[in-house]
Design a protein around this ligand. Structure first.
Ligand code: AMP
Ligand code: MG
Length: 299
């Protein structure tokens, strides 16, 4: 924990965060403080252990992501562009521990833009990620050298892969294959997942969502989407996923009253980004207090 290597990783993380937050401030985004406990949270599209607690007779969830709160906030007529540096608790299954990119608590830079479509949001993220990589390469060359990391700074638009096409070509593990073969970050489009990601109105089963992948086998780093926000659509999609409207209480009431709006957004995982920037074997090396699934925790 007290090593030079950890200090170098933390210096790189600080520069990356400063760069990304500055990028958002410059573009008029406003920052919300994180919600860590709420009756509602992201249902996720994979199973994790329950992280609910009882407080004064209420059941509260530890935040898995602030997606529902982002949609509620951006529904305000007075908020257009928001972000949160958001701690997430996801009690992932122990077998994820050896994959090198899972923690049970991590931080997302979680962003949402009212009225935006996927092209606009993806362009914004390309700008933010390129700037952060460039700033780290320029300002942290000594720390990168200490870690033995040669960082290439990407420029311009990233390649885009359609998931159905590439699953057919390379099989179920196509994303991992592409991540190994690519030398620059890239996008994978159209994933069947949570009810709030926009499904095409005509072509059911096509989702207007996107994941950003890092090259050199570092895997997924950001997930986002255009959002569904209309009550009948959200209700139908919850039903299709076997989820109950009541589980999403205030969120669904706001949707029914017409208070959610069109938006697009996404969350970039800070620890995964730093792992990529530093070229680290395992995400546990990003934080002195990393909680890897299945580990016994001492601090
Ligand atoms: P999601 O929308 O669930 O994909 O989460 C957004 C981003 O958070 C992902 O693209 C990752 O960068 C990061 N993330 C998600 N789950 C984890 C995890 N268990 N450990 C570390 N980072 C994660
Ligand atoms: Mg994801």
């Amino acid at each position: 924990m007290g090593s030079k290597k950890t200090a170098a990783v933390l210096a790189i993380q600080t520069t990356a965060l400063n760069s990304m937050l500055g990028f958002l401030y410059e573009r008029g985004f406003v920052q919300l403080m994180p919600v860590m406990l709420s009756p509602i949270t992201d249902p996720l599209c994979h199973s994790v252990y329950d992280a609910g607690i009882e407080y004064c007779g209420q059941k509260l969830q530890l935040t898995k992501s602030m997606i529902l709160h982002k949609q509620i906030a951006i529904g305000s007529p007075h908020l257009e562009k928001i972000f949160i540096l958001s701690p997430n608790v996801r009690l992932e299954k122990p077998e994820c521990g050896s994959k090198g990119r899972y923690l049970i608590e991590f931080t997302q830079l979680d962003i949402e833009m009212k009225g935006a479509g996927k092209k606009e949001f993806m362009g914004l993220m390309e700008g933010m990620v390129c700037k952060a990589i460039g700033d780290v390469a320029r300002e942290r060359s000594a720390e990168l050298a200490l870690l033995g990391r040669k960082l290439e700074v990407p420029e311009g638009a990233f390649p885009v892969y359609e998931s159905k096409e590439w699953r057919k070509k390379l099989g179920e593990e196509f994303e991992a294959e592409l991540s190994k073969k690519e030398s620059m970050p890239f996008w994978v489009m159209d994933h069947a997942r949570e009810f709030y990601d926009k499904e095409d109105e005509k072509e059911r089963g096509y989702y207007h969502n996107y994941d950003l992948f890092y090259p050199q086998g570092f895997g997924e780093g950001l997930s986002g989407a255009e959002r569904d926000f209309e009550y009948p659509v959200l209700k139908r999609k919850l039903g299709e996923r076997g989820q109950k409207e009541e589980e999403f209480g205030a969120y669904m009431e706001l949707a029914r009253a017409g208070h959610l709006s069109k938006s697009a957004g996404g969350g970039i995982g800070i620890e995964r980004f730093v792992r990529y920037l530093c070229g680290l074997e395992h995400i546990r090396e990003v934080s002195p207090f990393a909680k890897v699934p299945g580990d016994k925790f001492v601090v």
